[in-house]
Design a protein around this ligand. Structure first.
Ligand code: NAD
Ligand code: UDP
Ligand code: UDP
Length: 330
């Protein structure tokens, strides 16, 4: 049994990670300031003997004793990270310094949740880890992109300078149950709009692409990355390489929800990347991992979640991982 700290543990990815780590028999300390992750996401874990929830902002020092740290604390959607951009940079940079300092003191391993945004609006397609990116340092997305880039720099300097065991994973667009319904991300927006019969908002001409990874697949890669030998530091791309245009996504959501929603076109946000697809050759090699859940199946599960949430019928605890749902239906 390990003692594992998950920062941002009440968020979309963090709450599923807490579920997984507890199911594997670990003790989990979930630290969150509840900026974008509601307590409800982890309410079902409250009485679990291995679970502890602490309200704390990672921009302040944290003194606890743990074996591993998953550093996920940071708002991830543009709407949220642009609300208080200075705080976003502080969360990434001061948060990373504090978590790395903590890892150094207690000799813990630390996994940093980085992002495909470190590639900015890329000229190289698909993106490999060797690509340095094309990021605007002074734009509206910079607080997030540059904050995450600096957090990566810090991880590698702690590794070189202090021999700290670090694992940097670059997460590409991920979706699934417990996404925040109002966070403006494309999957949650489209699903909620389709279920409510509202217009589906396509930004730009909808021909920009993204590659969508289902949350269960992503967590498997994250946990495998944490368990790699010490010399494996990353960065490692994790995501699903199947690429779709935003228009294709919208039409698939409409089909799966049998919605009558219409598509409407709105201006493309500043610095919105045209194309994004991970090259996951390295993840396949180092982690023996590849995503297994196709967009249609992942969307069906996400739609079921939002349907239940919108009707007020489902407690958060009832999210069933797809692998388990498959077993139950066999
Ligand atoms: P999320 O917004 O649902 O979760 C982030 C969590 O961090 C929230 O619970 C929030 O309250 C918490 N938080 C924010 N600032 C904090 C602070 N200063 N101190 C303590 N807690 C704080 O987002 P998510 O999608 O679950 O993303 C988790 C991590 O993964 C983030 O670091 C994000 O950058 C990264 N990531 C996510 C995606 C994706 O597609 N979901 C893609 C790339 C990277
Ligand atoms: N820190 C923390 N918890 C710890 C140890 C350190 O939050 O258990 C923070 C502390 O705020 C410190 C930062 O991590 O400033 C970086 O720590 P490090 O030891 O690398 O550098 P220091 O600034 O202490 O020289
Ligand atoms: N997008 C859209 N309609 C929406 C929300 C997003 O067309 O209602 C587009 C957005 O402009 C971007 C893509 O979908 O091109 C993915 O957006 P998201 O915010 O989910 O992720 P990111 O841009 O960070 O990859």
């Amino acid at each position: 049994m390990k003692r594992i700290l998950v920062t941002g543990g009440a968020g979309f990815l963090g709450s599923h990670l807490c579920d997984r780590l507890l199911a594997e028999g670990n003790d989990v300390l979930c630290v969150d300031n509840f900026f974008t992750g509601p307590k409800l996401n982890v309410a079902h874990l409250r009485d679990h003997p291995g679970f502890e929830l602490m309200r704390h902002d990672v921009t302040f020092p944290l003194y606890v004793e743990v074996d591993e740290i998953y550093n996920l604390a940071c708002p991830a959607s543009p709407i949220h990270y642009q609300l208080d951009p200075v705080q976003t940079t502080k969360t990434s940079v001061h948060g990373a310094i504090n978590m790395l300092g903590l890892a150094k003191r207690v000799k813990a391993k630390i996994l940093q949740a980085s992002t495909s945004e470190v590639y900015g609006d890329p000229e190289l397609h698909p993106q490999t880890e060797a690509y340095w990116g094309r990021v605007n340092p002074v734009g509206e997305r910079s607080c997030y992109d540059e904050g995450k880039r600096c957090a990566e720099t810090l991880c590698f300097d702690y590794w070189r300078q202090h021999r700290l065991r670090v694992k940097v994973v670059r997460i590409f667009n991920t979706y699934g149950p417990r996404m925040h319904p109002d966070d403006g991300r494309v999957v949650s927006n489209f699903v909620v709009q389709a279920l409510k019969g509202k217009d589906i908002t396509i930004y730009g001409d909808g021909r920009q692409t993204r590659s969508f990874c289902y949350v269960d697949d992503l967590l498997e890669a994250m946990i495998r990355a944490m368990n790699t030998p010490d010399e494996v530091t990353g960065p490692i791309n994790i995501g699903n390489p199947c690429e779709f245009t935003i228009l294709e996504l919208a039409n698939l959501v409409i089909d799966l929800t049998a919605s009558r929603s219409k598509l409407i076109f709105k201006p493309l946000p500043a610095d919105d990347p045209r194309q994004r697809q991970p090259d996951i050759t390295l993840a396949k090699k180092l982690l023996g991992w590849a995503p297994r859940i196709e967009l249609k199946e992942g969307l069906e599960s996400t739609i079921r979640y939002f349907e239940a949430q919108l009707s007020g019928a489902m407690a958060q605890a009832e999210v069933i991982p797809i692998a388990r749902a498959r077993e139950l239906s066999d």
